[in-house]
Design a protein around this ligand. Structure first.
Ligand code: TYD
Ligand code: MG
Length: 465
């Protein structure tokens, strides 16, 4: 009979190793390997008999067939439904990750209450808070009267036994996955093995019964869902709930969705009565702008299918240091270096003696390369001390040669800008049909130096007046 062998599981990435080592080969983390019983800690029948089991024949079915219920459960909270791609999908598992205290439990309590008041059976299982604490939150949110069924429990078998009683729940919320543990795994709660086995059991439940399951996951300082990256691969959808410290608004960002688009965001504002939907994020990110000061440019961006306007602020100041500072908040620092290099190489603008600070107002984070042009405009404006026109938006990608490249959804960006009172746009030159109509003024530079000349030319024009 084969000797049972120990397995060592990395607590960071979940990779299994046959022997202990100081460093995990898979993810490179140190001191993360923990001995984990036999077979990865997940018991699967008597040892030695495992290989002799013959497979059970399952019934194969066709693609077409009856689907009895609406496949999605719509919460009615618009921003949440937008991020999930139109509601929670029955029979699927969704992971919602985020920093502690960001508002995951608040969001899910509100969603649970909204769904329960529509007649769905909702079970909320908390492994972190006592029933009294959850009730207190529900009172604060004004949803204490709704028929959400509540439990404070952490054992997966007990949870499954509980929710299997009576009518099948439409949605089961597990807050959080890190607190769950199952009898099937013999390691301590919170370890990768436990989290993975618990998630697996709950996902199996979702698939076999058709209930939607939402798992809450905490995120580590490095921005990963603590320990089990593996859970991200197991679930059907992953949403991140993010927000900057000191700002009240929160963004629910889709990173994975097997049943919908992955580039959607839902925007909320945390108030004293819970999360409030923000239907027009542009107004939030633009905030109160001082239109006279140099260094600010408004970027007409896109988040999924939705246009979002955000203000980009640059400060270029003479540097006392040999190697000047470059600091970025809300954008990619590598792209900032690239835009600076293009300005230096192709436009004759020198930043070598200057510190450069770049900030996206409101704590918003931009991932689009289309922000290049707005960043360049803000940088040149700050360096020259010339304020940009207050009613102008910027978008376009800058290539290494200094050419301005077209970006997608120009029409939608312009429409959103117009709606918010911006009458000018600096954008890539594109097909004529893109610019037809509208009373707006557009400037379409072919290269970045055209834009620099235009910004610097403003001084000359002012002097003429
Ligand atoms: P919570 O949902 O408990 O966060 P998570 O589950 O992600 O850890 O939210 C906690 C924070 O939200 C806490 O700092 C208080 C704040 N909050 C409000 O500002 N208003 C409210 O109505 C509620 C319920 C919470
Ligand atoms: Mg919580």
């Amino acid at each position: 009979m084969a000797k049972p062998r120990s397995v060592f599981i990395c607590q960071n990435c979940g990779a299994s190793h046959t022997r202990w080592a100081g460093k995990c080969d898979s993810c490179g983390e140190w001191n993360t390997l923990v001995e984990d019983g036999t077979n990865g800690g997940i018991a699967s029948g008597p040892a030695g008999l495992r290989s002799s089991r013959k497979g059970r024949a399952v019934t194969l079915t066709s693609l077409s067939g009856e689907i009895e219920e609406a496949p999605r459960i719509v919460s009615g909270i618009g921003e949440l439904d937008r991020a999930t791609g139109g509601g929670f999908v029955r029979g699927s598992a969704l992971l919602i990750g985020g920093d502690p205290g960001i508002g995951k439990s608040t969001l899910l309590t509100q969603a649970a209450a909204a769904l329960a008041s529509k007649g769905h059976r909702i079970v909320y299982v908390s492994g972190e808070e006592a029933v009294a604490q959850i009730r207190l939150r529900a009172q604060r949110l004004g949803v204490a009267h709704t028929a959400v069924e509540l439990a404070a429990e952490t054992n997966v078998e007990d949870i499954l036994a509980t929710i299997s009683e009576g009518k099948r729940p439409d949605l089961v919320i597990l807050d959080s996955i890190q607190t769950l543990w199952t009898d099937m795994a013999d390691s301590a709660p919170g370890t990768v093995t436990q989290v993975r086995a618990s998630a697996q059991a709950m996902i199996r439940y979702a698939k076999s019964t058709g209930a939607a399951v939402v798992l809450v996951g905490h995120v580590t300082k490095e921005g990963q869902i603590a320990g089990p990256r593996v859970v991200e691969h197991m679930v059907d959808g992953v949403l991140y709930f993010e927000g900057e410290g000191g700002h009240h608004y929160r963004i629910l960002r889709t990173v994975k969705n097997r049943f919908g688009p992955t580039d959607e965001i839902g925007v909320f504002e945390m108030s004293d009565k819970g999360l409030r939907e923000v239907a027009n994020p542009s107004e939030l990110f633009l905030g109160e702008r001082s239109t006279k000061s140099p260094g600010a440019a408004v970027f007409a961006g896109m988040e999924g299918t939705r246009p979002v306007l955000a203000e980009i602020q640059a400060l270029v100041a003479p540097s006392p240091l040999g190697t000047p500072r470059r600091a970025v908040i809300g954008w990619d620092s590598a792209r900032l270096s690239m835009v600076l290099a293009v300005l230096e190489a192709h436009c004759g603008v020198r930043f070598a003696q200057h510190d450069v600070y770049l900030n996206v107002a409101g704590g918003y984070r931009i991932t689009e390369p289309a922000a290049d042009l707005a960043v360049a405009a803000a940088l040149v404006s700050s360096l020259t001390g010339l304020a940009l026109p207050a009613d102008c938006v910027y978008f376009g990608e800058v290539s290494l040669s200094g050419a301005i490249r077209p970006v997608a959804h120009a029409q939608q960006r312009l429409k959103e800008a117009e709606k918010l009172g911006f009458s000018q746009a600096v954008m890539p030159a594109a097909g004529d049909e893109q610019n037809a109509g509208g009373g707006r003024q557009t400037f379409q530079p072919a290269t970045l130096s055209d834009l620099v000349v235009r910004i610097a030319g403003a001084r000359a024009r002012d002097a003429d007046d």
